[in-house]
Design a protein around this ligand. Structure first.
Ligand code: ZN
Length: 89
């Protein structure tokens, strides 16, 4: 995901903007791995291989996302890890 996309991204559920970004792997222009968090509804959206996964809850893959959260848990704020929707640790 190009960093400038952040300027136009909103939460798909409630249209909140701007989303909080936590970067795991990134350079000046591109975020390769990270999470976006909506402070309004407490949902997180993974950025996997440069793609922000902004699907409705029922289309998200719990097993894959739990592995993602475990892998990057050192870089995700504890409040997000423990209470984010739709999945948390
Ligand atoms: Zn939201």
């Amino acid at each position: 995901m190009k960093r400038r996309v952040l300027e136009i991204l909103a939460c798909p559920l409630d249209r909140y903007h701007p989303l909080d970004l936590y970067e795991f792997l990134a350079d000046n222009e591109t975020i390769r791995q990270g999470v976006l968090v909506c402070p309004k509804c407490s949902r997180y959206f993974p950025i996997m291989d440069e793609i922000p996964i902004m699907l409705p809850d029922e289309m998200r893959k719990e097993k894959e996302e739990m592995e993602f959260l475990q892998k990057w848990k050192q870089k995700i704020p504890e409040a997000v890890l423990k209470s984010a929707k739709p999945f948390h640790i």
